[in-house]
Design a protein around this ligand. Structure first.
Ligand code: FEO
Length: 169
């Protein structure tokens, strides 16, 4: 059983992950309105990933005899100036998630909570991938530089993304 302080921090992160799903749903809705169905698919899959992350926290809290409590969510940003703006917002959001996971890890270390350190290791690795995937798409968008054909090629590429349950290492 984790300390009350660590349990609260884990519960807050579970809620933040659920909230993250809504952030990506808002981005999906924005790009769908611009008729980029493949990019919409990318953000919908990202929202599913966030719910998966949240559920991992939910299950871990349960496993250590805590009780998850569901909190009110902030309204996500719904308006973007461009597709690139949506991805830059996504990257900025992932950087916040990374910082929060690092803070959680620091607390788990301070408390010598080895089970929670082991649980959080998966998220440390996952955040490297989360940031890298957003950076890669922003880099492509910079090269495309608003070219319509390039945008539709990226749209086709991102249409192929599917949600697969990440492997547990
Ligand atoms: Fe759950 Fe995208 O971090």
């Amino acid at each position: 059983m984790a300390s009350e302080k660590l349990l609260k921090a884990l519960n807050d992160q579970m809620n933040f992950e659920y909230e993250s799903a809504n952030y990506y749903l808002a981005m999906a809705a924005y790009v769908a309105d611009e008729d980029f169905d493949g990019i919409e698919n990318f953000f919908m899959v990202q929202a599913e990933e966030e719910r998966f992350h949240a559920t991992k926290f939910y299950n871990y809290i349960k496993d250590i005899d805590g009780r998850a409590t569901i909190q009110a969510m902030e309204e996500p940003k719904n308006e973007f100036t461009s597709i690139k703006d949506a991805f830059e917002t996504a990257l900025a959001h992932e950087k916040i998630v990374t910082s929060r996971i690092n803070d959680l890890m620091k607390l788990a270390h301070e408390e010598g909570d080895y089970a929670t350190i082991s649980f959080l290791n998966w998220f440390v690795d996952e955040q490297v991938e989360e940031e890298a995937s957003m950076k890669a798409i922003i880099s492509k968008l910079e090269k495309i530089d608003g070219n319509t054909q390039g945008l539709f090629m990226l749209d086709s590429e991102l249409a192929a993304r599917t949600f697969t349950v990440p492997t547990e290492e």
